[in-house]
Design a protein around this ligand. Sequence first.
Ligand code: PLP
Length: 396
Amino acid sequence: MARDRVGYFGEFGGRYSPEILTEALEELEATYSKLRKNKKFQKELSYYLKNYVGRPSPLTYAEHLTKHWGGARVWLKREDLNHTGAHKINNAIGQALIARYMGKKRIIAETGAGQHGLATATVGAMFGLETVVYMGEVDVKRQNLNAKKIQMLGAKILPVTSGEATLKEATSEAMRDWALNVSTTHYIVGSAIGPHPFPTIVRDLQTVIGTEARKQFKKENKSLPDAIVACVGGGSNAIGMFAPFLKDKSVKIFGAEAGGLGSKPGQHSATITYGKTGFLHGTKTLIIQDDFGQIVPAHSVSAGLDYPGVGPEHAHLAETNRVEYRQVTDEEALASFLEISRTEGIIPALETAHAFHVAKDVAKKLGKKKDIIICLSGRGDKDVTEVLRLLGEETV
Ligand SMILES: *Cc1c(COP(=O)(O)O)cnc(C)c1O
């Protein structure tokens, strides 16, 4: 049955990549299936997560937001407090360790908002690996601080000018590089996307988010939360948050997609809401495409959600109705960005602001004495200039 095939989530997932990558993907799959059970690898990973990333990240009770919204108690899983400011480093550290076990001396990555590029450049510097980051030219401009930090860390940044010059093109370029340099290079895919085994590896490495959150919440409340929410670009912070709760039927799970400027093709990145089954970057998943199967450019105010596909496991969770995915417009995300900053004193990433908008509605509907956890996937330093400009606020 389709359900049991390795690397598939229902009908989604699999490995639909050029033949030139088959050997590398098989090597990675074989290495990872050994490492995931290897005590030394797990110990090393835990060491870096604790001593370098700063885990466990806190689960903060958001007292003021709870009062302000007037509904369920709001809890924040603080991935913004990780070294480099987002959840991306959980995956980058893990995959850099895998690269080291495979004897690869060079790592490459794609990046949208620059957070994954930053995380990869960081671990590249720390482990002494040659690092190349592909970034769309548009994103180099709108996320310039991260682009500069990547350079500061000694990585080479290669701006991509083809197509929309954003995340999709950067991903295609990174895959091309990998195909040409597989013997020396590991491609650290930044989200739960791509050909098998990437969606599984990235999910496993990000599951630390949900595992910690579940334990922290249970310790404090002796129960499980009523709902959890995360934003979905490729879907890595979301699947990491959701995975340990999927079997808990009492926990409602929500994903927030980028609704952008509206429902027309080209105006949004709401893959699950508007996408159809197709193939992108080596996986079968939901994709924003036209009637001829051509990929339609995605749009979101947040570079990290600006991707026309979604991780295959999310496509499956949507199809089976285990997770409810809602879209949030640019305008709603900007309003939430401001609201969270000014209510709780935490500036969230624009990506994360999408999750807050969904959480507000869910918290109000749940009502008092219920609990909701939001995955605060990253901090918003990178977005501050752009948000003030978009809101037309006068700046100093
Ligand atoms: C990259 C990023 C996202 C989107 O990526 P996912 O793989 O969907 O998690 C969300 N939030 C932040 C802060 C990011 O940097």
